[in-house]
Design a protein around this ligand. Structure first.
Ligand code: ADP
Ligand code: MG
Length: 426
């Protein structure tokens, strides 16, 4: 199977090969032809399986073949839940449209709107947006959605988790009723199906079987270690393994900041990324990490879904998440598009129960080891870490969903806990 057999134009084939893609991924093979036909699509495939190109390539093809109006009204609207995802999808749109006469831009909250407004005024074919900023600019009459031909909801499950349902409905009401609708999601929950029923017309459902995808391609390891010695162990692992690009997850923003300081103090370049950082700081951290100017990116769960860090070799759970699904999302940052990766979890005695939950969810026993010199205290208490207190704090945050600061919100959402089995493999 090749990209050319999918019916894509030469300009798109050239762009795809410039990206180094040789063969379309399973979800791309299935989604591209039906989107080219103009059908509504409900697509699900795991993180890192190339969903973005799966919808962007056929959209670009349809737009470039269609009629162009002089003032370039917005003809394709791609909604994503977070700023980072919006920026990434936009990067992809730019890369795939490089040989086409298609203009695109991205808008999201947390930054000055003026440059965004200026870009839209020049005429834009494809707009990538987060729901909040889109509605904002629409209310200010800075943009019109009355010429939208294609709507994409990317990471639709995450949008629902983040409480964007009302915003999505408001946006739907601003679009022409005759349009193509594409809903992409990593998972197929009941809520997603309900949303799909609302929005899609006779959708074609495409699902990529998780063959050769993330979890299989990732080698998972647990190191049992005392809480107080985790930093020391992480430094040893990074130094001994000569790890050059490591994504480290912590449970809290405070923990992320602390760990970042300690790594820097030990001559390991690091930056933190979480919801309390300004947009500029987050973008800079992610860019430096991608470019390799820093070795370690310390992140809270806001980075766990969707952030596209190609071929990331190492992911470390400095603390394992107390919601098991987040483990799957975190380690989905490695082994992308079939490349191999390593996910290491540092587990202290008080995290034992969380580890059991994760093993139940992923349906396998993660091999555990002890590093010489870092043997855990056999008498350490296995009582879980203040889960009660955490949950209350997280629920409080969940009540104010916005474009930003949402890293803990999903943990406060009881629905997610009920849906946990959707990741289980047969
Ligand atoms: P998803 O949205 O499913 O999580 P992305 O669209 O972010 O996945 O793609 C994950 C990574 O795979 C990106 O780095 C992207 O450039 C790369 N990729 C996408 N399609 C292909 C392909 N056909 N061949 C190789 N790499 C690809
Ligand atoms: Mg995606």
């Amino acid at each position: 199977m090749s990209f050319s057999s999918l019916g894509l134009s030469d300009a798109l084939l050239k762009a795809v090969s410039k990206q180094g893609y040789e063969t379309p991924s399973p979800i791309q093979q299935k989604a591209i032809p039906v989107i080219l036909e103009g059908k509504d699509v409900l697509a699900s495939a795991q993180t890192g399986t190339g969903k973005t190109a799966g919808f962007t390539l056929p959209i670009l093809q349809r737009l470039s073949m269609g009629q162009r109006l002089r003032h370039r009204p917005i003809r394709a609207l791609i909604l994503t839940p977070t700023r980072e995802l919006a920026a990434q999808v936009y990067d992809n749109v730019k890369a795939y449209s490089i040989f086409l006469d298609i203009k695109s831009t991205v808008i999201f909250g947390g930054v000055n709107q003026n440059p965004q407004v200026a870009a839209i005024r020049q005429g834009i074919d494809v707009l990538v947006a987060t729901p909040g900023r889109l509605l904002d600019l629409h209310n200010q009459r800075e943009l019109s959605l009355s010429n939208v031909e294609v709507l994409v909801l990317d990471e639709a499950d995450r949008m629902l988790d983040m409480g964007f349902l009302r915003d999505i409905k408001k946006i739907m009401a601003l679009l022409p009723s005759k349009r193509q609708n594409l809903l992409f999601s990593a998972t197929f929950s009941k809520d997603i199906k309900a949303l799909a029923n609302d929005i899609l017309h006779h959708p074609v459902q495409v699902e990529a079987t998780p063959e050769n995808t993330t979890v299989e391609a990732i080698s998972q390891k647990v190191y049992r270690v005392d809480k107080a010695r985790k930093t020391g162990l992480l430094i040893k692992l990074i130094n001994d393994g000569q790890w050059e690009q490591v994504l480290v997850f912590t449970r809290t923003k405070h923990g992320a900041n602390n760990l970042t300081k300690k790594l820097i103090g030990n001559n390991i370049s690091a930056l933190a990324i979480h919801g309390n950082k300004t947009q500029a700081a987050r973008t800079k951290a992610l860019d430096s990490f991608k470019k390799g100017t820093i070795r370690v990116l310390v992140a809270t769960d806001i980075a766990a879904r969707g952030l596209d860090i190609p071929l990331l070799p190492h992911v470390v759970n400095f603390e394992i998440p107390n919601i098991s699904e987040d483990y799957v999302h975190r380690i989905g940052r490695t082994g992308r598009a079939g490349a191999s990766g390593e996910a290491v979890s540092l587990v202290s005695a008080d995290e034992t129960a969380f580890l059991r939950d994760i093993e139940k969810l992923v349906g396998l026993r993660i091999p555990a080891a002890v590093v010489e010199g870092f043997e855990p205290d056999p008498d350490a208490s296995t009582d879980p870490v203040k889960p009660q207190q955490n949950r209350q704090r997280q629920q409080k945050q969940h009540r104010q969903p916005t474009d930003s600061n949402n890293e803990n919100s999903k943990e406060g959402n009881p629905k997610r806990r009920r849906n946990r089995n959707r990741y289980r493999r047969g």
